[in-house]
Design a protein around this ligand. Structure first.
Ligand SMILES: [Zn+2]
Ligand SMILES: [Zn+2]
Length: 257
């Protein structure tokens, strides 16, 4: 079994200090490729640097919607330069977060649209962060996705109805360990209807360890096997078949050979 953690923050506190151990445990568990995601300029640079150390590690570069207020013309120019690095395989995370509201909605929408422009120009997939902003996110995508063909909603927290809307647009959906939580009834219903050729998995570590490891304070890629097992069961699939299917989906989506 070979799984790909399609969204992790390996440069964050708690993981980076023991990165060799984190990667060794991940490989031993069967999670053998990683996409470490940048959230601001400093993390983007750290992410790219880290990919140089490990063969199957890739980076995404973006400015998190939390920091949209600080994004200038210059930031976007630098982002585009970084995105040309051969280990950068996606733009993100970008999108709208109307839960924390660390940036004005107007700034978030502007920066989100700019990310879509960069992705279209460089022909890269986009990783969307969407929190309490489903309709607005779909609106920005309708208006600005343009030539961007591959879009994934990461850490999907919507309903089955919203999942259907996303799938109807030919976008992809990625689940974190949150789907394994006992109170995640809505997310489980959503996960049931997403076919494996549109479904990907991620840890979003260091946050949110899956059941039954929820008490582990710092999540890491190795724990993604629990989420994979849980979803295989939820879908009534053989765990190995499920893993193979979503790994093929992830490879095709991010063009990882
Ligand atoms: Zn996110
Ligand atoms: Zn994230």
């Amino acid at each position: 079994m070979e799984l790909i953690d399609t969204h992790c923050h390996l440069t964050f506190d708690g993981l980076i200090q023991d990165i060799d151990g984190v990667i060794a445990r991940s490989k031993a568990a069967g999670v053998t490729s990683w996409l470490t995601v940048g959230t601001d300029m400093q993390e983007n640079l750290k992410a790219i640097e880290l990919t140089g150390k490990y063969e199957n590690m890739y980076a995404a570069v973006g400015m998190h919607p939390h920091d949209a207020k600080d994004v200038t013309e210059d930031t976007l120019t630098r982002l585009k330069e970084l995105a040309r690095n051969e280990k950068v395989i996606a733009i993100g995370e970008t999108g709208l977060d109307y839960h924390y509201n660390h940036s004005l909605h107007e700034d978030q929408r502007r920066v989100f649209a700019e990310h879509l422009k960069i992705a279209a120009e460089l022909d890269l997939p986009v990783i969307i962060h969407c929190r309490k902003s489903f309709e607005e996110t779909m609106q920005v995508l309708d208006n600005h996705a343009g030539r961007v063909k591959k879009i994934v909603f990461h850490c999907f927290s919507g309903s089955a109805e919203q999942a259907k809307i996303v799938l109807d647009k030919d976008y992809y959906i990625s689940f974190t360990g949150v789907v394994t939580f006992k109170n995640a009834r809505i997310k489980k219903q959503a996960a049931k209807i997403v076919p494996t050729d549109r479904l990907m998995l991620e840890t979003d570590c260091p946050y949110m360890s899956p059941e039954p490891m929820r008490k582990q304070k710092i999540n890491e890629p190795a724990l993604m096997v629990h989420t994979a097992k849980f979803l295989a069961e939820l879908k009534g699939m053989d765990p190995a078949d499920f893993a193979n299917a979503i790994t093929a989906t992830s490879r095709a989506f991010f063009q990882i050979s």
